[in-house]
Design a protein around this ligand. Structure first.
Ligand code: ATP
Length: 246
């Protein structure tokens, strides 16, 4: 479980203080899919980086399974908008990267890599290099690499932000398929209302700077959230509520 208590973050730059986040209190349960939703500059990425231990808060604390988060931890995976693959490694080597640090048998690593190559439909590209792949394919590799590594918590910072809408849609359903089986805790940053509704168990709406929690919404819509569900009376009222909050 992730517990964030009285958390504030102020950046200092050239003698000027920028208050990015103010007094955030939030608990995230194991296996929950959470979206942080808010306008540009409201502090979503900062909050994600704080949870990942890449930044330290100015005030307050973050505890993960009751441990104080002050630095990055192998049990936390992060996926960014830029695909951040190693260009000198093949697709299979990229997916195997974290697994190789784990002292697993070679055969076990190959088995896990193959199973994720199948899940993200890239089995024919295992020997390709990232620059030979489209953006959507590269992000599928990044997702496979993160899940293969089996972190307890996955932090995703607008991972589909640079993809076209058709690919985005496919990536969301792929992500949900994998999440359905593995039930990792996911914290997903987006400014896209549709994306948040389709994915989340709970949506945390963050106000513009300094970011505070403006609203927490449990999304009770049945899964999978297909067109019919999103356009049902309940689906549309969730959308309207979020539109009015943003
Ligand atoms: N390293 C930094 N130094 C100074 N200010 C920063 C730094 N990083 C972020 N900020 C400021 O903190 C605020 C929150 O930034 P953050 O990137 O967390 O917002 P965001 O909601 O993720 O934005 P976006 O959706 O545009 O990516 C912004 O006003 C930004 O200018």
């Amino acid at each position: 479980m992730i517990r964030i208590t009285n958390l504030s973050l102020t950046y200092g730059r050239r003698g000027q203080n920028i208050e990015a986040l103010r007094d955030i209190n939030l608990s995230i349960q194991k296996g929950e899919f959470i979206c942080l939703l808010g306008p540009s500059g409201c502090g979503k990425s900062s909050l994600l980086n704080l949870i990942g231990g890449f930044l330290n808060p100015t005030k307050g604390e973050i505890r993960i399974n009751n441990l104080d988060m002050k630095r990055p931890n192998a049990d936390i995976g992060m996926i960014f908008q830029k695909f951040s693959l190693f260009p000198w490694q093949t697709v299979a080597q990229n997916i195997a990267f974290g697994l190789r640090q784990k002292n697993l048998e070679r055969e076990a690593v190959i088995g896990i890599v193959r199973s994720y190559l199948k899940k993200v439909d890239l089995i024919d590209f295992e020997s390709a290099y990232p620059n030979e792949l489209s953006g959507g394919m590269q992000q599928r590799v990044a997702i496979a690499r993160s899940f293969a590594n089996d972190p307890a918590i996955l932090l995703m910072d607008e991972p589909f932000g640079s993809l076209d809408s058709q690919t985005k849609y496919q990536m969301r359903s792929l992500l949900l398929d994998i999440w359905n089986v593995s039930r990792k805790t996911v914290v997903f940053v987006t400014h896209d209302i549709e994306e948040a509704i389709e994915l989340s168990d709970r949506i945390i709406v963050i106000s513009s700077r300094p970011g505070t929690i403006k609203y927490e919404l449990s999304v009770e819509l049945p899964r999978p959230r297909n067109w019919d569900v999103l356009n049902s009376k309940e689906g549309l009222s969730v959308r309207e509520l979020l539109l009015s909050l943003l």
